[in-house]
Design a protein around this ligand. Structure first.
Ligand code: COD
Length: 163
């Protein structure tokens, strides 16, 4: 039986921290879906299609594109996407107690709703401080985001965000 997992996130934009979790999760499962989900609690910078495209480019540049599918989901419960593609596991990165507090109730509800388990990966310490919101802030103020994001993202932000 194929082991299929989903790595969900806002990915607004994808960071080196996300990419590290994606690469490590890809090594654990037969098929990995990276799914861009609209998070209503956050105001978005990039359109969903752009986030998908940047993840695809970052994955290709990192040479880890085999067995990884990039998609978006806006049709309701994330576990419905999991059921649709036959995934039994969600993989999430947890950087702090705050992340654990945010993710724990969702993990319990997702298991109750559809029997989908959540696996938490600790971050690489090199990227543990990185978040998309930090990247958006540094970028908006004209700073260099290349230490925090894949090259495809820093190139995109340098051109798209220039007034
Ligand atoms: N290192 C390691 N992990 C990281 C890093 C880093 N530097 N940065 C972020 N992460 C992890 C986050 O902890 C998270 O697990 C994931 O990467 C994505 O992060 P973001 O910031 O891009 O995405 P979020 O946190 O806005 O995404 C939240 C989801 C959309 C995934 C979440 O809200 C969700 O699962 N929604 C499901 C909606 C649903 O079905 N709800 C009902 C049942 S609960």
């Amino acid at each position: 039986m194929q082991r299929i997992a989903v790595v969900p996130g806002s990915f607004d934009p994808v960071t080196k921290g996300h990419l590290d979790v994606i690469a490590r999760a890809a090594g654990l499962y037969d098929e990995l879906h990276v799914v861009v989900v609209h998070n209503p609690d956050k105001s978005a910078l990039l359109p969903i299609a752009q986030r998908v495209s940047l993840i695809e480019r970052a994955i290709a540049d990192a040479g880890i594109e085999g067995r990884i599918i990039v998609a978006s989901w806006s049709m309701g419960l994330l576990v419905d996407y999991c059921t649709d593609v036959g995934a039994s596991v969600l993989v999430k990165g947890v950087r702090s107690q705050l992340d654990i507090a945010y993710e724990t109730p969702m993990a319990i509800v997702n298991r109750h709703l559809a029997g989908v388990e959540t696996v938490f990966l600790l971050p690489d310490p090199q990227h543990a401080h990185v978040s998309s919101s930090l990247v958006r802030q540094v970028s908006a103020l004209g700073g260099d985001v290349s230490p925090y994001v894949p090259a495809a993202v820093s190139e995109y932000l340098a051109t798209a965000m220039t007034p």
